[in-house]
Design a protein around this ligand. Structure first.
Ligand code: BG6
Length: 484
């Protein structure tokens, strides 16, 4: 029998969402369009079942009910993003008062229920007016937006993150071309990644100028998508391919935000290919008197880890080819291959969801230890969850595989905590089934099932399980079930 895992009493239990994926009200009350609203309108055929986020979960109108659910599900924290185009419809300039009012109501209601808000400034819904992270005006516009949010909400919101997954949004916006603005150019991708990391670091410095150094476990961070990359075989070529993929997808983001500089080895590689980004490549400020460089680093107060799956890399990459399984048909394989560099392959021993996402809690443990070894700081798991084709049958959603998934990943978190990783909380993805980007609405992640006709919320079996876990802080397991 496996010993239960006991989490500390102040461990934050919650869920995460993003504005575009749940709010709806795409054009209401003065909101401007985002690049995702525009993309979904112009290219409906690129999204599973031509779904769109115009109404999403209608959280814009149902926020009070949703906060009620969070309370019933034992939340002590809730991670959500602000919609930049709801607050600044043109990206900069005139502020939309209705947008401020909406988020004021939400933040106040959360606090009334004892739920600490963890607010992300940017979860991919760039105001259409700003077009792209290549826009020369973008940094100024971003800092105006950040300042508006920090000053307006900062008395009540004590946990902030700048960006959600700059790695994922850059990769699909500028390398695979699957997300807006649909570009396929590795050099531009690297420049945009840099623009985002630079914007992030300036917003961190701005926050500290306005609000000072926070209490431990509070302040400003970033949510990074981190997936360990394992070699597909024992060959030295595959080991090198995995190292390169890890350098570009993980270290390129992790080291600037934790250590204030790019990994030299990756920078060298990019210089040699003529692809190194332009601009300030050093993020650090001088060490404060008497402190170590790490203490005075102007980078994050805490790190958010979004973890879903690991990768397996081979050097055998004869073509450049990208494809995402967005149908949930297990026969439709995802492909990610960069000619001459690396290609991701399936793990023959792996367990996969219908969308070809491998289920591997040990890789979360691996990532957490890696963070500990780079820099000791508070960590939150800002996203983790499983997309399933859940069905409502006679008022019930039987999602034991979700419970098994979260159990396995929380056991990995607990193990990492015992090994010295300062994990302060876990935000499951997601509170409710929502607009899963290119996957539309078939891929469901919520504790709450959302009926697409009525938008009615129904708690799944995982919801009562999660509520009990959050109430007691004791994790029993594992559940005897496998994914999908
Ligand atoms: C993360 C995002 O990449 O993964 C979320 O931050 C997203 O917004 C989640 O929904 C799951 O991905 P997907 O594509 O299956 O919805």
């Amino acid at each position: 029998m496996i010993e239960p895992c006991r989490f500390p009493p102040d461990f934050v239990w919650g869920t995460a969402t993003a504005a575009l994926q749940i709010e709806g009200a795409a054009d209401l009350d003065g909101k401007g369009p985002s690049i995702w609203d525009d993309f979904c309108r112009r290219f409906p055929e690129r999204i599973h079942e031509r779904s769109h986020p115009e109404v999403a979960c209608d959280h814009y109108h149902r926020w009070a009910e949703d906060v009620g659910w969070m309370r019933r599900l034992g939340h002590s924290g809730y991670r959500f993003s602000l919609s930049w185009p709801r607050l600044l419809p043109q990206g900069r300039g005139a502020v939309n008062q209705a947008g401020l009012d909406f988020y004021d109501r939400l933040v106040d209601a959360l606090l009334e229920q004892g739920i600490a808000p963890n607010v992300t400034l940017y979860h991919w819904d760039l105001p259409l007016a700003l077009q792209s992270w290549e826009n020369p005006e973008i940094l100024e516009a971003w800092l105006e937006y950040a300042e508006l949010c920090f000053r307006h909400f900062g008395d009540r919101v004590k946990l902030w993150s700048t960006l959600n997954e700059p790695g994922w949004s850059t990769m699909h916006g500028y390398l695979t071309g699957l997300h807006p603005p649909c570009q396929r150019d590795p050099r531009r991708a690297l420049q945009v990644a840099h623009n985002l990391l630079w914007a992030h670091s300036r917003a961190v410095a701005l926050y500290h100028r306005i609000w000072g150094r926070p209490e431990p476990g509070q302040g400003i961070g970033i949510a990074l998508n981190l997936s360990p990359v394992h070699p597909a075989s024992d060959s030295p070529q595959d080991a090198e391919a995995a190292r390169l993929a890890d350098g570009l997808l993980n270290r390129w983001f992790l080291e600037p935000v934790l250590l204030g500089r790019y990994p030299e080895e990756v920078l060298e590689f990019l210089r040699a290919c003529g692809s190194a980004p332009r601009g300030h490549l050093d993020f650090a400020e001088p060490a404060s008197q008497g402190g170590s460089a790490a203490d005075s680093n102007p980078t994050v107060d805490w790190l958010g880890v979004n973890y879903y799956l690991p990768h397996h890399a081979t050097a055998d990459a004869p073509t450049t080819d990208f494809h995402l399984n967005i149908s949930g048909d297990p026969q439709e394989a995802s492909r990610f291959s960069i000619q001459g560099l690396f290609r991701f392959v399936q793990n023959p021993r792996g367990r996969y969801t219908d969308w070809n996402w491998e289920v591997d809690p040990d890789s979360l443990h691996e990532i957490l230890l890696r963070i500990r070894d780079l820099r000791r700081l508070p960590v939150y798991v800002t996203e983790n969850g499983i997309g399933l084709p859940d069905r409502l049958c006679e008022g019930q959603v039987e999602d034991s595989s979700r419970i098994a998934y979260v159990t396995g990943h929380l056991q990995a978190v607990h193990r990492a905590m015992q090994e010295g990783v300062d994990v302060r909380g876990y935000y499951m993805w997601s509170l409710m089934d929502n607009f899963s980007w290119l996957n539309g609405y078939r891929k469901r992640y919520g504790l709450l099932y959302v009926d697409r006709q009525t938008l009615q919320r129904t708690p799944k079996r995982s919801a009562s399980w999660f509520a009990e876990l959050a109430r007691t802080g004791v994790l029993h397991g594992p559940e005897p079930a496998s994914p999908s």
